[in-house]
Design a protein around this ligand. Structure first.
Ligand SMILES: *Cc1c(COP(=O)(O)O)cnc(C)c1O
Length: 485
């Protein structure tokens, strides 16, 4: 399987394979990597996959996209990554061996699930990002060891990416992590999770700005190709193709759990920020998974909802980004969105390059043509928005009616999912974090403390290790140089 860039120039080698792009971030032309074609899944294959474990399912799906790792090695990596020991924080009554169990909130008279949560947050940092990041950690270690190389991972986080990356990479040979986060803007729990790590290969940098500033620094450093090469800079942001690919698997796992036969459809609602998670759903759908709708749920930062309603993508500056109670969705430039738009414009790399290059810089956004807009529905996409009051009401309602506690991001998803249900098509809401991560809002909504896995008790009291820095890419570069010598 070869990969291309959404802007047309994939760099060297001209037709990279998976391992060539695994350690990189953006393509050299500023675009994002995608496979040259989406491999197809036949109905017979999908039937056969119904009996597989999650690790086996991951292996057969990844094998379609990764043709430059020997099968036995890839299988071993999947087995090591997706084990019940790692994803052990499942809800009471659900089975950790399922890795991503479906937790039904509503069933029909025959006992078939209609409306439920796809549990993705049972890993070490209690957010869905573990699903992909744990795989990435094992893939990085494998490929670096084979090549005798090292990597310095530079990332930006508004909370969940950073901790997931650090827990996936801590102690890994040949890997250092430099993680930028907006100073003082993460929840106390998230700060404690990241800053309490004492592993010598983990470096936390608290930037005096918002998440988009952190993301801009990562882009600036990655765009300095000489620096990037000299210091072996890689990223683990959601623009990384391997992360997105790992997320494709659980759409299949969710579909299989929600259906009995492949003639049925399932819709998914995805709490969205950088558009990575839902873009994986798009890939699954392009492979032939019978997905009904893909519903993008946003919070007050509704750039994506505006696009899906109007065809106008209008990014906001960091000053126009609201701080909300679902902070991992406080994003006004969705870094993975280019992948979807590339497909929407018929994989026209020149048009994609124009829209995300000059048009975005000149006009702060773009409008797709009426023909392109019409294709959004063909791709199954729709959207909705949820604000703080909705979030509280949804958390409260789900607790009172179902005895199920959900986090703020999942609540945004659930609120929007209810608006897009169709009779006869099960709807799964992707559970993107556990409520323990956002205790303040849970208390505000239901007046009680969310349960926390015993292993994470008292982490706020642990000693912290982090460096505060202004919004300055050059200073970040100097810090990296000083700590990689
Ligand atoms: C990252 C994150 C999101 C947004 O996911 P994207 O892939 O960026 O769209 C939503 N909820 C939580 C809890 C997250 O950590």
């Amino acid at each position: 399987m070869k990969y291309l860039s959404t802007r047309g120039h994939a760099g060297q080698p001209a037709n990279p394979e998976f391992c060539d792009i695994l350690l990189g971030g953006l393509a050299p032309d500023g675009g994002l990597y995608l496979p040259e074609t989406y491999p197809q899944v036949t109905r017979a294959e999908l039937d056969a996959w119904r009996s597989l474990s999650y690790a086996e399912l991951a292996f057969v799906i990844l094998s379609k996209f990764i043709t430059d790792i020997p099968a036995a090695d890839l299988k071993a990596i999947c087995d090591k990554t997706y084990t019940a020991e790692v994803y052990r924080h499942v809800r009471a009554g659900d089975d950790a061996r399922d890795i991503t169990p479906v937790h039904w909130l509503e069933k029909d008279a025959e006992g078939r699930g209609r409306f439920g949560l796809l549990e993705l947050s049972n890993g070490p940092t209690l957010a869905f990002k573990d699903m992909a990041m744990q795989l990435l950690g094992n893939l990085f270690e494998y490929v670096l060891a084979k090549r005798g190389e090292t990597i310095n991972i530079l990332g930006a986080t508004s909370g969940d990416t950073g901790s997931a990356a650090e827990y996936a990479m801590r102690g890994k040979q040949g890997v250092r992590v430099f993680m930028l986060s907006p100073h003082g803007r993460m929840s106390p729990f998230q700060q404690a999770q990241m800053f309490s790590l004492q592993d010598p290969n983990i470096f936390n940098i608290a930037v005096e700005g918002v998440f988009d500033d952190c993301q801009d620094i990562v882009k600036a450093v990655s765009n300095d190709l000489a620096f990037k090469q000299r210091h072996h800079i890689g990223t683990v942001n959601s623009i990384n193709w391997a992360r997105l690919l790992a997320q494709v698997v659980y759409y299949f796992a969710g579909y299989i759990q929600a259906t009995e036969s492949n003639t049925q459809k399932v819709s998914f609602t995805v709490p969205s920020g950088n558009f990575g998670n839902i873009c994986a759903g798009h890939v699954a759908r392009m492979m032939g998974l019978p997905i009904g709708r893909l519903v993008a749920a946003t919070n007050e930062n509704d750039v994506l909802d505006e696009f899906f309603r109007t065809g106008h993508y209008r990014v906001r500056s960091s000053r126009e980004t609201f701080e909300t109670s679902s902070p991992s969705m406080d994003i006004s430039k969705a870094s993975n969105f280019e992948r979807f738009v590339f497909d929407l414009v018929g994989r026209d790399a020149r048009r994609t390059a124009e829209l995300f290059g000059p048009a975005l810089a000149r006009d702060g956004g773009f409008r797709v043509s009426p023909q392109e807009f019409a294709r959004i529905a063909e791709f199954g996409f729709t959207s909705g928005k949820s604000v703080h009051a909705d979030r509280l009401a949804t958390i409260r309602d789900t607790w009172r009616r179902h005895g199920t506690m959900i986090d703020t991001h999942t609540a945004d998803g659930l609120k929007v999912a209810r608006e897009h249900r169709r009779p006869g098509v099960p709807m799964l809401v992707l559970e993107t974090a556990l409520p323990a991560k956002f205790a303040d809002t849970i208390r505000e909504a239901v007046g009680i403390e969310p349960p926390r896995p015993a292993a994470l008790d008292g982490i706020e009291a642990l000693p912290r290790r982090f460096q505060v820095m202004p919004v300055d890419a050059e200073q970040v570069k100097r810090y990296i140089v000083a700590h990689t010598g």
